[in-house]
Design a protein around this ligand. Structure first.
Ligand code: ATP
Length: 349
């Protein structure tokens, strides 16, 4: 098993190091024949290679058995013609990593809601409002005049159908409820097509209930009754926004694991961004990336026992009161590196 590790920008190198500490502990404890190769992407690669996405990276990723991708600070990238390539977008589209799986659950002593919450957001991530990935040629965002800006949103039957199938398959193994988020009252054609496909797929899963909720109402319901939800199915942007909300309700954005899962390849990438405000200070919470690693081991290698051990080590650390700064708001807190060590030590026993 060969993993490609791409630390990325901002807090990416710190949380990746902490995650690799955990990966090494798991590999030794469970005698996994696991190796990894680390490569630069993002601002580090821009300095050394003149581009945030060096040549050959896509080929490397497609040959790997799994990828760990750190966060990317796209806002700081130069325009594409000067080397600023959105690696996340290219990976998602070119490697067809269409399903972004984002769980959120409350744990004892953590969480900002009264109800216990245990849900998974299944988010389509190759099209939707993300104009940078919607065109065969040319740019999906453009300005016909200096004071008018337009962007193209793309919704396809194929993408809706396959992401819906992922959501129903997952719900059939959980609490058997899919909540499809939409805004078909405004986007009658595009979200209408999405809902048509979702209903079609729902017909194949008789044991799973489908409910449909308008996205703005969904934000309120998620805060009011988070315990109601099981699998939340969403197009790209709605899923991105709701998953930040859900993970923050569970305790912190920094806790939230996530994978980008295609039919062939899977990529672990925590939900949060590059957090430039705390980069390089050993303050970041690495648990989101460690949880993403566990999801990758489960998804790509069927290493359920090993993934369970990592999840249990995360849970035990939190239950023992280990807290990075984002979980308690103020210092003194456990640093990023130390958090990785503590989780690793629990795995090694
Ligand atoms: P980007 O532009 O890359 O998305 P951002 O700072 O706009 O970066 P996030 O990185 O998602 O967006 O961060 C939002 C807030 O949450 C920031 O204040 C950041 O410090 C905090 N945050 C995000 N991830 C973590 C983490 N792993 N540990 C601690 N705090 C985090």
């Amino acid at each position: 098993m060969k993993l490609l590790v791409l630390p990325g920008d901002g807090i990416g190198p710190e949380i990746t190091d902490a995650t690799l500490t955990v990966l090494k502990a798991a590999s030794e404890t469970f005698k996994l024949n696991l190796s990894f190769e680390q490569q630069q992407v993002g601002l580090a690669a821009l300095k050394t290679h003149g581009t945030t996405m060096p040549d050959g990276l896509l080929g490397h990723a497609s040959e790997a058995d799994g990828v760990i991708l750190g966060p990317l600070d796209q806002l700081s990238y130069p325009p594409r013609e000067k080397g600023g390539i959105n690696v996340s977008a290219v990976f998602r589209v070119k490697l067809d990593l269409y399903a972004n799986i984002r769980p959120a659950r409350t744990r004892p002593g953590l969480g900002k809601v009264k109800d216990a919450m245990d849900l998974v957001i299944v988010r389509e991530c190759t099209e939707g409002f993300y104009a940078d990935r919607n065109m065969h040629q040319g740019n999906g965002e453009f300005m016909p005049t200096p004071d008018v800006a337009l962007s193209i949103r793309k919704i396809t039957a194929q993408a809706c159908e396959r992401i819906a199938r992922r959501a129903f398959e997952l719900a059939s193994k959980r609490k058997k409820l899919v909540t499809a988020v939409h805004k078909a009252n405004v986007f009658r054609v595009s979200d209408g097509l999405y809902l048509d496909k979702v209903r079609e797929v729902a017909g194949e899963f008789r044991g799973v209930k489908l409910e449909e909720v308008i996205v703005d109402a969904m934000a309120a319901r998620l805060v009011r009754h988070p315990g109601h939800f099981d699998v939340i199915l969403a197009t790209n942007m709605y899923g991105d926004i709701l998953s930040d909300l859900a993970s923050e309700l569970s305790g912190s954005l920094g806790l939230a694991g996530s994978v980008l899962a295609g039919d062939a390849l899977c990529c672990a990438q925590a939900q949060h961004g590059s957090a430039p405000d705390i980069a390089g200070q050993d303050k970041a919470n690495p648990l989101g990336t460690i949880a993403s690693l566990s999801m990758l081991l489960r998804h790509s290698f069927a290493l359920d026992g090993e993934a369970d051990a990592i999840d249990a080590a995360i849970g035990d650390s939190l239950a023992a009161g280990d807290r990075t700064a984002d979980l308690i708001g103020t210092a003194p807190a456990v640093g990023c590196r130390e958090m990785g060590r503590r989780v690793a030590a629990r795995i090694a026993g």
